[in-house]
Design a protein around this ligand. Structure first.
Ligand code: NCD
Length: 312
Protein backbone atom coordinates (compact mmCIF):
# COMPACT_ATOMS: atom_id res chain seq x y z
CA UNK A 1 0.00 0.00 0.00
CA UNK A 2 1.52 3.33 -0.97
CA UNK A 3 0.52 6.56 0.72
CA UNK A 4 2.00 9.90 1.75
CA UNK A 5 1.54 9.55 5.50
CA UNK A 6 4.67 10.39 7.49
CA UNK A 7 2.96 11.76 10.62
CA UNK A 8 -0.63 11.89 11.84
CA UNK A 9 -0.94 15.46 13.08
CA UNK A 10 -4.53 16.20 12.15
CA UNK A 11 -7.43 15.33 9.87
CA UNK A 12 -6.92 18.51 7.81
CA UNK A 13 -3.86 17.18 5.90
CA UNK A 14 -5.57 13.85 5.02
CA UNK A 15 -7.43 13.16 1.78
CA UNK A 16 -10.76 11.31 1.71
CA UNK A 17 -8.90 8.34 0.16
CA UNK A 18 -6.38 8.27 3.03
CA UNK A 19 -9.20 8.40 5.59
CA UNK A 20 -10.90 5.47 3.85
CA UNK A 21 -7.62 3.55 3.74
CA UNK A 22 -7.18 3.94 7.53
CA UNK A 23 -10.81 2.91 8.20
CA UNK A 24 -10.54 -0.14 5.92
CA UNK A 25 -7.40 -1.36 7.65
CA UNK A 26 -8.98 -0.63 11.06
CA UNK A 27 -11.89 -2.92 10.16
CA UNK A 28 -9.46 -5.82 9.89
CA UNK A 29 -7.97 -4.92 13.28
CA UNK A 30 -11.48 -5.00 14.83
CA UNK A 31 -11.61 -8.66 13.79
CA UNK A 32 -8.15 -9.33 15.25
CA UNK A 33 -9.11 -7.61 18.52
CA UNK A 34 -12.21 -9.80 18.81
CA UNK A 35 -10.24 -13.00 18.33
CA UNK A 36 -8.72 -14.91 21.27
CA UNK A 37 -5.09 -14.27 20.23
CA UNK A 38 -4.79 -10.53 19.63
CA UNK A 39 -1.38 -10.42 18.09
CA UNK A 40 0.20 -9.10 14.93
CA UNK A 41 3.87 -8.53 14.19
CA UNK A 42 3.32 -5.33 12.16
CA UNK A 43 5.33 -3.22 14.62
CA UNK A 44 7.73 -5.93 15.85
CA UNK A 45 11.08 -4.34 16.69
CA UNK A 46 9.59 -0.84 16.64
CA UNK A 47 9.74 1.46 19.65
CA UNK A 48 6.69 3.57 20.55
CA UNK A 49 6.90 6.29 23.19
CA UNK A 50 3.69 7.78 24.59
CA UNK A 51 4.17 11.33 25.92
CA UNK A 52 0.98 12.63 27.53
CA UNK A 53 1.20 16.12 29.00
CA UNK A 54 -2.54 16.13 29.78
CA UNK A 55 -4.81 13.71 31.60
CA UNK A 56 -6.11 10.76 29.67
CA UNK A 57 -7.75 7.41 30.34
CA UNK A 58 -9.05 6.02 27.04
CA UNK A 59 -6.59 7.53 24.60
CA UNK A 60 -3.44 6.60 26.53
CA UNK A 61 -4.53 3.03 27.33
CA UNK A 62 -5.82 2.61 23.79
CA UNK A 63 -2.51 3.65 22.21
CA UNK A 64 -0.65 1.35 24.61
CA UNK A 65 -2.91 -1.62 23.88
CA UNK A 66 -2.70 -0.87 20.14
CA UNK A 67 1.11 -0.79 20.15
CA UNK A 68 1.41 -3.97 22.21
CA UNK A 69 -1.02 -5.90 20.01
CA UNK A 70 1.13 -4.96 17.02
CA UNK A 71 4.26 -6.22 18.75
CA UNK A 72 5.91 -2.83 19.42
CA UNK A 73 7.98 -2.03 22.50
CA UNK A 74 5.79 0.57 24.20
CA UNK A 75 7.03 3.11 26.73
CA UNK A 76 4.65 5.38 28.64
CA UNK A 77 6.59 8.43 29.81
CA UNK A 78 5.31 9.70 33.13
CA UNK A 79 5.36 13.40 32.29
CA UNK A 80 4.58 14.43 35.89
CA UNK A 81 7.93 13.01 37.03
CA UNK A 82 9.96 13.86 33.90
CA UNK A 83 12.63 16.55 33.53
CA UNK A 84 9.99 18.90 32.11
CA UNK A 85 9.34 19.54 35.78
CA UNK A 86 13.00 20.67 36.09
CA UNK A 87 12.55 23.27 33.36
CA UNK A 88 13.52 21.28 30.25
CA UNK A 89 11.67 22.53 27.18
CA UNK A 90 9.34 20.37 25.12
CA UNK A 91 11.74 20.46 22.19
CA UNK A 92 14.78 19.46 24.32
CA UNK A 93 12.80 16.58 25.78
CA UNK A 94 11.81 15.49 22.29
CA UNK A 95 15.39 15.69 21.01
CA UNK A 96 16.56 13.59 23.96
CA UNK A 97 14.00 10.92 23.16
CA UNK A 98 14.83 11.17 19.46
CA UNK A 99 18.45 10.26 20.22
CA UNK A 100 17.17 6.90 21.49
CA UNK A 101 15.79 6.10 18.01
CA UNK A 102 12.10 5.64 18.68
CA UNK A 103 9.92 4.88 15.65
CA UNK A 104 6.71 6.46 16.93
CA UNK A 105 6.03 9.31 19.31
CA UNK A 106 2.43 9.62 20.47
CA UNK A 107 1.92 13.07 21.96
CA UNK A 108 -0.88 14.82 23.84
CA UNK A 109 -0.27 18.44 24.82
CA UNK A 110 -2.40 21.30 26.19
CA UNK A 111 -1.10 23.79 23.59
CA UNK A 112 -2.50 23.86 20.05
CA UNK A 113 0.38 23.41 17.59
CA UNK A 114 2.83 21.88 20.10
CA UNK A 115 2.65 18.46 18.43
CA UNK A 116 3.28 19.92 14.95
CA UNK A 117 6.32 21.75 16.30
CA UNK A 118 7.66 18.57 17.80
CA UNK A 119 7.18 16.68 14.55
CA UNK A 120 9.53 19.14 12.85
CA UNK A 121 12.30 18.39 15.33
CA UNK A 122 12.40 14.58 15.35
CA UNK A 123 13.12 11.88 12.78
CA UNK A 124 10.38 9.46 13.76
CA UNK A 125 6.66 9.39 13.04
CA UNK A 126 4.59 11.61 15.34
CA UNK A 127 0.94 10.98 16.18
CA UNK A 128 -1.17 13.73 17.65
CA UNK A 129 -3.21 12.36 20.56
CA UNK A 130 -4.86 15.76 21.09
CA UNK A 131 -3.27 19.24 21.09
CA UNK A 132 -5.15 21.99 22.92
CA UNK A 133 -8.31 22.93 21.05
CA UNK A 134 -6.73 22.16 17.70
CA UNK A 135 -7.02 18.52 16.55
CA UNK A 136 -7.52 14.98 17.85
CA UNK A 137 -7.28 12.97 14.64
CA UNK A 138 -7.55 9.43 16.01
CA UNK A 139 -10.73 10.42 17.87
CA UNK A 140 -12.36 11.62 14.62
CA UNK A 141 -11.19 8.45 12.84
CA UNK A 142 -12.58 6.17 15.54
CA UNK A 143 -15.83 8.12 15.46
CA UNK A 144 -15.96 7.73 11.68
CA UNK A 145 -15.33 3.97 11.97
CA UNK A 146 -18.10 3.67 14.57
CA UNK A 147 -20.51 5.60 12.33
CA UNK A 148 -19.52 3.65 9.20
CA UNK A 149 -20.01 0.28 10.90
CA UNK A 150 -23.35 1.28 12.45
CA UNK A 151 -24.88 3.26 9.56
CA UNK A 152 -23.16 1.22 6.81
CA UNK A 153 -21.84 4.42 5.25
CA UNK A 154 -19.80 7.51 6.09
CA UNK A 155 -21.29 9.99 3.64
CA UNK A 156 -24.69 11.57 3.07
CA UNK A 157 -25.51 11.60 6.78
CA UNK A 158 -26.72 14.45 8.98
CA UNK A 159 -24.54 14.75 12.06
CA UNK A 160 -25.31 17.09 14.97
CA UNK A 161 -22.24 17.91 17.08
CA UNK A 162 -23.55 19.39 20.32
CA UNK A 163 -22.19 21.29 23.29
CA UNK A 164 -18.85 22.92 23.96
CA UNK A 165 -17.61 23.31 20.39
CA UNK A 166 -15.35 26.25 21.28
CA UNK A 167 -12.92 24.28 23.44
CA UNK A 168 -13.13 20.96 21.66
CA UNK A 169 -10.44 19.47 19.43
CA UNK A 170 -12.81 16.50 19.01
CA UNK A 171 -15.40 18.78 17.40
CA UNK A 172 -12.83 20.37 15.08
CA UNK A 173 -11.37 17.08 13.86
CA UNK A 174 -14.82 15.55 13.43
CA UNK A 175 -16.13 18.57 11.55
CA UNK A 176 -13.21 18.44 9.11
CA UNK A 177 -13.48 14.67 8.60
CA UNK A 178 -17.26 14.54 8.22
CA UNK A 179 -17.28 17.42 5.71
CA UNK A 180 -14.44 15.83 3.70
CA UNK A 181 -16.46 12.62 3.47
CA UNK A 182 -19.60 14.44 2.28
CA UNK A 183 -21.86 14.72 5.31
CA UNK A 184 -24.07 17.55 6.56
CA UNK A 185 -22.72 18.79 9.87
CA UNK A 186 -24.63 20.93 12.33
CA UNK A 187 -23.08 22.53 15.37
CA UNK A 188 -25.51 22.92 18.27
CA UNK A 189 -24.85 24.88 21.46
CA UNK A 190 -25.10 28.23 23.21
CA UNK A 191 -23.63 31.19 21.26
CA UNK A 192 -20.83 31.50 23.86
CA UNK A 193 -19.60 27.98 23.03
CA UNK A 194 -19.67 28.15 19.22
CA UNK A 195 -16.83 30.17 17.70
CA UNK A 196 -17.50 32.10 14.49
CA UNK A 197 -16.19 31.09 11.09
CA UNK A 198 -16.81 27.32 11.16
CA UNK A 199 -18.01 25.64 7.99
CA UNK A 200 -21.29 24.22 9.34
CA UNK A 201 -24.94 25.02 10.00
CA UNK A 202 -25.21 26.59 13.46
CA UNK A 203 -28.11 26.00 15.88
CA UNK A 204 -28.67 27.40 19.36
CA UNK A 205 -31.60 25.15 20.09
CA UNK A 206 -31.49 21.36 20.49
CA UNK A 207 -34.95 20.73 18.98
CA UNK A 208 -34.11 22.30 15.61
CA UNK A 209 -30.46 21.23 15.71
CA UNK A 210 -31.34 17.56 16.17
CA UNK A 211 -34.28 17.48 13.77
CA UNK A 212 -33.78 14.58 11.35
CA UNK A 213 -30.20 13.87 12.50
CA UNK A 214 -28.69 10.41 11.90
CA UNK A 215 -25.94 10.92 14.46
CA UNK A 216 -26.00 12.95 17.68
CA UNK A 217 -22.52 13.59 19.00
CA UNK A 218 -22.32 15.08 22.49
CA UNK A 219 -19.28 16.88 23.92
CA UNK A 220 -18.06 17.44 27.45
CA UNK A 221 -18.02 20.95 28.88
CA UNK A 222 -14.23 21.51 28.86
CA UNK A 223 -14.06 23.55 32.04
CA UNK A 224 -10.27 23.24 32.23
CA UNK A 225 -10.03 25.31 29.02
CA UNK A 226 -12.56 27.96 30.09
CA UNK A 227 -11.33 31.22 31.53
CA UNK A 228 -14.65 32.82 32.36
CA UNK A 229 -18.39 32.32 32.57
CA UNK A 230 -19.44 30.57 29.37
CA UNK A 231 -22.67 29.15 30.82
CA UNK A 232 -25.07 30.54 33.45
CA UNK A 233 -25.01 27.28 35.48
CA UNK A 234 -24.68 23.54 34.86
CA UNK A 235 -28.34 23.11 35.78
CA UNK A 236 -29.44 25.66 33.20
CA UNK A 237 -27.06 24.16 30.63
CA UNK A 238 -28.48 20.68 31.18
CA UNK A 239 -32.02 21.99 30.86
CA UNK A 240 -31.29 23.63 27.49
CA UNK A 241 -28.53 21.49 25.96
CA UNK A 242 -28.27 18.27 27.98
CA UNK A 243 -29.27 15.28 25.84
CA UNK A 244 -32.24 13.49 27.36
CA UNK A 245 -34.86 11.21 25.77
CA UNK A 246 -37.18 14.15 24.99
CA UNK A 247 -34.54 16.09 23.04
CA UNK A 248 -33.29 12.92 21.33
CA UNK A 249 -36.84 12.33 20.04
CA UNK A 250 -36.22 15.18 17.54
CA UNK A 251 -33.55 13.12 15.76
CA UNK A 252 -34.33 10.21 13.43
CA UNK A 253 -35.83 7.19 15.25
CA UNK A 254 -32.66 5.20 14.49
CA UNK A 255 -30.22 8.01 15.32
CA UNK A 256 -27.17 6.94 17.28
CA UNK A 257 -25.77 8.78 20.31
CA UNK A 258 -22.02 9.32 20.61
CA UNK A 259 -19.72 10.86 23.21
CA UNK A 260 -15.88 10.84 23.17
CA UNK A 261 -15.89 10.61 27.00
CA UNK A 262 -15.15 11.39 29.75
CA UNK A 263 -18.87 12.05 30.23
CA UNK A 264 -20.44 14.35 32.77
CA UNK A 265 -23.78 12.70 33.40
CA UNK A 266 -26.47 15.22 34.20
CA UNK A 267 -24.48 18.04 32.56
CA UNK A 268 -24.28 17.37 28.81
CA UNK A 269 -26.00 13.97 28.78
CA UNK A 270 -28.61 12.12 30.77
CA UNK A 271 -27.33 8.87 32.27
CA UNK A 272 -30.25 6.83 30.90
CA UNK A 273 -29.58 7.99 27.33
CA UNK A 274 -25.86 7.23 27.68
CA UNK A 275 -26.66 3.73 28.94
CA UNK A 276 -29.40 2.93 26.40
CA UNK A 277 -27.62 0.39 24.23
CA UNK A 278 -30.29 0.62 21.53
CA UNK A 279 -29.09 4.19 20.85
CA UNK A 280 -25.74 4.79 22.54
CA UNK A 281 -22.56 3.59 20.79
CA UNK A 282 -20.19 5.06 23.40
CA UNK A 283 -18.62 1.69 24.24
CA UNK A 284 -18.22 0.85 20.53
CA UNK A 285 -16.30 4.12 20.16
CA UNK A 286 -13.81 2.90 22.75
CA UNK A 287 -13.47 -0.46 20.98
CA UNK A 288 -12.96 1.23 17.59
CA UNK A 289 -10.30 3.45 19.16
CA UNK A 290 -7.89 0.57 19.59
CA UNK A 291 -8.42 -0.66 16.01
CA UNK A 292 -8.03 2.80 14.47
CA UNK A 293 -4.82 3.46 16.39
CA UNK A 294 -3.44 0.08 15.28
CA UNK A 295 -4.27 0.95 11.66
CA UNK A 296 -2.75 4.43 11.87
CA UNK A 297 0.50 3.21 13.42
CA UNK A 298 0.74 0.28 11.02
CA UNK A 299 0.33 2.61 8.00
CA UNK A 300 2.83 5.14 9.32
CA UNK A 301 5.40 2.39 9.76
CA UNK A 302 4.65 0.93 6.31
CA UNK A 303 5.44 4.38 4.89
CA UNK A 304 8.82 4.15 6.55
CA UNK A 305 9.37 0.45 5.96
CA UNK A 306 12.24 0.93 3.54
CA UNK A 307 14.09 3.01 6.10
CA UNK A 308 13.90 0.49 8.91
CA UNK A 309 17.00 1.10 11.00
CA UNK A 310 17.95 4.18 9.00
CA UNK A 311 15.82 7.10 10.09
CA UNK A 312 14.41 9.47 7.50
C1 NCD B 1 -11.45 14.08 24.56
C2 NCD B 1 -10.17 14.87 24.57
O1 NCD B 1 -9.27 14.64 25.38
O2 NCD B 1 -10.06 15.74 23.71
N1 NCD B 1 -11.38 12.86 25.21
C3 NCD B 1 -10.87 11.79 24.54
O3 NCD B 1 -9.80 11.81 23.98
N2 NCD B 1 -11.64 10.70 24.50
C4 NCD B 1 -12.62 14.88 24.95
C5 NCD B 1 -12.69 15.47 26.33
O4 NCD B 1 -11.72 15.53 27.07
O5 NCD B 1 -13.79 15.91 26.68
Amino acid sequence: MTHGLTHLLGIAPLSAAEITMILDLADSYVDLNRSPVKRSEALAGRTQINMFFENSTRTLVSFEVAGKRLGADVINMAMQTSSIKKGETLVDTALTLNAMHPDLLVVRHPHSGAVDLLAQKVNCAVLNAGDGRHEHPTQALLDALTIRRTKKRISGLTVAICGDIAHSRVARSNLILLKKMGNDVRLVGPPTLIPPGLDAEIHHDMATGLKGADVVMMLRLQKERMDGGFIPSEREYYYRFGLDAAKLANAKPDAIVMHPAPMNRGVEIDGDVADDLTRSVIQEQVEMGVAVRMAAMDLLMQGRADTRGVMV
